[in-house]
Write a new protein. Sequence first.
Length: 309
Amino acid sequence: MTSLSDLHYIREFVQIADSGSISGAAKVLGMAQPTLSRHLASLEAQIGAPLVRRDTHSMSLTDAGMIVLSDARELLTLADRMGSRLRSERRALRGHLRMVSVVDVGQWIVSRVLSRFQKLHLGVSTELHLINRPTKFIKEGFDCGIMVGAPTDRRVTLRKIAQIHRRLVAAPSLLKYHSLPTRPDDLYRMPWLGILQPHFYSRDRVELERSRQVKKLKLSPVMLLDTVTALREAAIEGAGFTILPEWMAGRDITAGRLVQLLPDWHLAPIDLQIAHAAHEHLPQRVKSLIEYLEQELPLEIHRLDLNER
């Protein structure tokens, strides 16, 4: 006996023995009595011996029925334990996760959120790759990623999960040599710090908005750096003005290490996106991580925005 129906028949036989009659067991099981009788007959045929002795007014187990009943109880206990363990395994995530993120968001935000996810699911191990270059997401074996800007792999699904607000900043030391700009065109006379990979903004273009006005500037960078964190350090040293995420720049502005330029003009926020393979059959650990990131990353950005002000 190896089929699932056999296990059902065995469970029904145990209920017949416990109820003392086929009719009593049929009521407990919510079955028609003739159906239960056919199942019992099928089980007896597979075993090759009668299990129940049927009299006019009573029912009793045969010797074979007594032997089968003892083994059946052990078998059902084992089956129930196995089912419970499998359900527990489905609830408790297991396995390894490979994740990728643009560098600065990964350092400042994703690493915190991923650490909290791992503490909730101790059976999951994780690795986080911080990369600012375009990635071949699927080929490089990433389960999910946090991206900014246009997709670099058509085989992934992208969903917006948050917006990153930005500020135009410079160090007070730079403003000793260049007067504080009062209009966008004043920025042309100041040194510009650009980023090598165009994630947070173009390396040589800035677009400012105020009410219904839009001002587009084309700038020549005096320095190009690969991460926004490196741009922050260069800006604090007075090498030039640049654009930083609000959650990164706020504390430096409050502390006087940086000054916000043209506060009446605004930079459009950029979308933070989560990426994963473009198919529905994702492992449960990947689905759970994606759901957690979608919920927690916006909250973490909001917390940083508040703390950095």
